[in-house]
Write a protein that binds this ligand. Structure first.
Ligand code: NCD
Length: 297
């Protein structure tokens, strides 16, 4: 049997997307989750910082009754100088049933899959993709809007954001209306229009059409090679979301972690009643349960 993977939104058909999302929503509703009587060994390999993603994968695995082995960079031999490929060969020779990986290099989950053909979930690869984040965002959207086609604004450091890339792919596949709000220095318009020719671009948060949802994204300072600080300052001046931008009352999303007062004003974070940020964190657990079920089938 061919091993399953979610290394990109492109790996999934519309039918698979809908089945994963519906399963996550069912997991969220059910009060006593039955554990599997065939526990699998799942390696959770995080080579970049993470709080919500790593914990939600661990919790998801445990709720399903699987064994989860956490490998983090500081404690692995990568920090002693072993190459990435040698570390991967070492881990794979212990025969995990599935691998969850976050890495700073674009496409590394795909490359591991090509070489080892093991069930794999991409938990974020460089600036490329973060498919399980986009799927969980879709679950949250679906739990509010059902099957309505929504108008969503995505604002921030689009160029360096794997969350933006997966979300644009996923929301485009489902024909939602996407508005991109970003300064030129955080945008690669040509690349984005290759994904969807109908994207609408804006240079400011004022004078937007009435949106159902606004998704803010973190300035990826660790991925900006030069003058990250000056980009942060200039972004903050023109694009930090404040209460005036929210007069039309859209729902607010952000994958976290938030840079307070850089992409979202503290007043909004602490008082805006239509914020979905913590709902996204909660949904992450159920969506990741559904993704694990999908690749372990
Ligand atoms: C995102 C990531 O790691 O890409 N975080 C997350 O998984 N919730 C977004 C980010 O770091 O900005």
């Amino acid at each position: 049997m061919v091993s399953r993977k979610i290394t990109s939104v492109d790996d999934l058909s519309l039918k698979e997307i809908s089945s994963i999302v519906n399963k996550a929503l069912r997991f969220k509703k059910s009060t006593n989750q039955k554990k599997t009587n065939k526990p699998k060994n799942i390696f959770n390999l995080f080579l970049e910082a993470s709080t919500r993603t790593t914990i939600s994968f661990e919790l998801a695995s445990k709720k399903l009754g699987h064994n989860v082995i956490n490998v983090n960079f500081e404690k692995s031999s990568l920090s002693k100088g072993e190459t990435f490929n040698d570390t991967m060969d070492t881990l794979i020779s212990m025969k995990p049933d599935a691998l969850i990986i976050r890495d700073k290099n674009n496409f590394s989950p795909h490359e591991i899959y090509q070489k080892h053909k093991i069930p794999i979930l991409n938990a974020g690869d460089g600036t490329n993709e973060h498919p399980t984040q986009a799927l969980l965002d879709l679950c949250v959207i679906k739990s509010i809007f059902k099957d309505k086609k929504i108008k969503i604004g995505i604002c921030g450091d689009i160029k360096h954001s794997r969350v933006a890339h997966s979300n644009i792919k996923l929301l485009s596949k489902l024909n939602h209306e996407i508005h991109i709000i970003a300064p030129n220095y955080f945008l690669d318009k040509k690349e984005l229009t290759k994904i969807n020719r109908k994207l609408v671009f804006h240079k400011s948060l004022s004078k937007l059409p009435k949106l159902d949802v606004i998704m803010m994204l973190r300035v990826q300072k660790e991925r900006i090679s030069k003058n990250a600080k000056s980009y942060m300052n200039s972004f903050k001046k023109d694009f930090c979301l404040n209460l005036n931008h929210l007069k039309n009352q859209p729902y607010l999303m952000h994958p976290g972690p938030v840079n307070r007062n850089i992409e979202i004003d503290s007043k909004v974070l602490d008082s805006y009643s239509k914020s979905l940020i913590l709902r996204q964190v909660d949904m992450g657990v159920y969506l990741r349960m559904a993704c694990l079920d999908f690749i372990l089938k």
